[in-house]
Design a protein around this ligand. Structure first.
Ligand code: FE2
Length: 381
C-alpha cells in the first residue's frame, strides 16, 4: 500500500539519495559494481568508464530504466571481466584521450562478440560520433544529456536497434555538409582556373567558355534534363578543351588553316584532356565531354571515330553548341559568321556531323525561345 505520510516519503527520498550516493561511491571503487532493479527486468548492463563522475551519472540514469535488472560498472573492460560475457548491453565511454576506444571495443567484443555497445560521450562533436559509429557502436549518448533521449537509446539498444538523437545527428550532418560545400567550392575553383589557363593560351575569345556552357545547358534541358542539372556536365563543358594545353601555340594561333601534321597534333587534345583531368577524379560525364566532343554522328570524327549513339549523349549535345560557338567566334584567320548562318549550317549537318535528335531539340528550343541562341552568340567585346 502506498505510504501517505509526507515525512516518511521525504525520509524515503533521502534514503534513496543516500543509496544512490553509495552506489556512486561504489562505482568509483576498483571492483566491478552491481545493483538490482525490479524483478520483472531481465537485462544485465555493464558500464565501462574510466571517469568516476561520468560513470556514476550513467549508472544513475540506467537505474531508472525498467528493462534493466542489473548494472555493473567498472573503470575498464579488463576490470569488467566476466560480467561482459552475460551483458545484454555495454555502455562504453570513449575515454579521456579518446584514442582508447578501438582497443576498449575490441576487448568487449572479445568477451561478447554480439553485444550492442552504446558509446557515452561528453559531446556530440562530429568527430566523436563518427569515430564511435566507425568502430561499430550501435549508438551514442551524451553523458548527462537529455534523460528521454538516453532512455530511448538504451531501450532501443536492448532490442538490438540503433537510435540516434537528432541533437547528435544534426551537427554531424551539418559538419559534413559544410565539408562537402567547401570541397565543391575548391573543385569548382580548380576547374575554372584550369579552363582559364587553356583559354588564355588559346586564341578563342573570352566569351567562349561561358557561352558554350550556357548554350549546352539550355539544349541539355530539352534533351536530357538531368544533364542540364548536373554540375558534372557543366564542368565537362568548361574543361572540354583542357587538352589544348598540350598543343603548341604556333598551331593554336596559326593565322590560317592547319596542315595535315598540325591536325595530327590538334586531334590529340581530347585524349590529352582526359589525362589532365583524370588525377582530379572527375566523373564519367566530365570525361565523356572532354574525350568525345569531336566525334561525329556519321563516324568521321576523332579520336575514335565513334558514331551515332555510340557517342555519349553529353558529348553529342555539347558538340552542337561547341560548333555554333566556334563558327560565331573571331579567329585570327577569318571573320566570325553571323549566328543565323552558324545555326543554318548546324541544322544542315543533322544526321552527318550531329545527332539529328539533338539538332531537332535545338530547333524547337530556338523556335520557342527556350534557347537564347542569338543572345548567347552575340559578338564578343
Ligand atoms: Fe575541342
Amino acid at each position: 500500500m502506498e505510504d501517505q505520510n509526507p515525512h516518511r516519503a521525504a525520509d524515503s527520498s533521502r534514503a534513496d539519495a543516500r543509496q544512490m550516493s553509495d552506489r556512486t561511491r561504489f562505482a568509483a571503487d576498483d571492483a566491478p559494481r552491481m545493483w538490482g532493479n525490479p524483478a520483472h527486468a531481465t537485462a544485465l548492463v555493464v558500464v565501462v568508464d574510466l571517469d568516476d563522475l561520468r560513470r556514476a551519472t550513467t549508472c544513475r540514469m540506467l537505474a531508472a530504466e525498467p528493462a534493466v535488472a542489473e548494472i555493473r560498472s567498472a573503470r575498464s573492460s579488463a576490470q569488467a571481466g566476466e560480467s561482459l560475457r552475460n551483458a545484454r548491453l555495454v555502455l562504453l565511454s570513449d575515454g579521456p584521450d579518446r584514442a582508447d576506444l578501438p582497443a576498449m571495443m575490441a576487448a568487449v567484443r572479445e568477451q561478447n562478440p554480439t553485444v550492442p555497445i552504446v558509446v557515452t560521450a561528453d559531446s556530440s562533436e562530429p568527430e566523436v560520433v563518427r569515430r564511435a559509429l566507425e568502430q561499430g557502436a550501435t549508438s551514442l549518448v551524451i553523458s548527462g544529456g537529455d534523460p528521454q533521449s538516453f532512455s530511448d537509446t538504451v531501450a532501443a539498444a536492448l532490442r538490438g536497434r540503433a537510435v540516434l538523437d537528432t541533437a547528435i545527428v544534426r551537427p554531424v550532418i551539418g559538419r559534413y555538409a559544410a565539408l562537402l560545400d567547401e570541397a565543391r567550392r575548391r573543385d569548382s575553383a580548380v576547374i575554372e582556373s584550369l579552363a582559364a589557363a587553356v583559354e588564355a593560351k588559346d586564341t578563342v575569345t573570352s566569351r567562349h567558355l561561358q557561352a558554350v556552357r550556357s548554350l549546352a545547358t539550355q539544349l541539355a534541358s530539352l534533351v536530357e534534363p538531368s544533364l542540364a542539372r548536373s554540375e558534372d556536365f557543366s564542368y565537362g563543358c568548361v574543361l572540354h578543351d583542357v587538352g589544348k594545353i598540350g598543343v603548341p601555340e604556333r598551331i593554336l594561333s596559326k593565322p590560317g588553316p592547319l596542315d595535315a601534321d598540325e591536325w595530327t597534333v590538334m586531334r590529340l587534345h581530347p585524349e590529352t584532356g582526359v589525362r589532365v583531368i583524370d588525377p582530379l577524379g572527375m566523373s564519367d560525364t566530365v570525361r565523356e565531354v572532354v574525350l568525345y566532343h569531336h566525334e561525329r554522328w556519321d563516324g568521321q570524327g576523332y579520336p575514335y571515330r565513334l558514331s551515332d549513339e555510340g557517342i555519349p549523349l553529353s558529348a553529342r549535345i555539347f558538340s552542337v553548341c561547341d560548333a555554333l560557338e566556334a563558327m560565331t567566334a573571331t579567329r585570327p584567320y577569318r571573320a566570325p559568321l553571323p549566328a543565323g548562318e552558324a545555326y543554318r549550317r548546324v541544322v544542315a549537318e543533322a544526321g552527318q556531323q550531329f545527332d539529328p535528335g539533338v539538332v531537332e531539340a535545338l530547333q524547337e528550343g530556338v523556335g520557342s525561345g527556350e534557347i537564347e541562341l542569338f543572345a548567347e552568340l552575340a559578338p564578343a567585346r
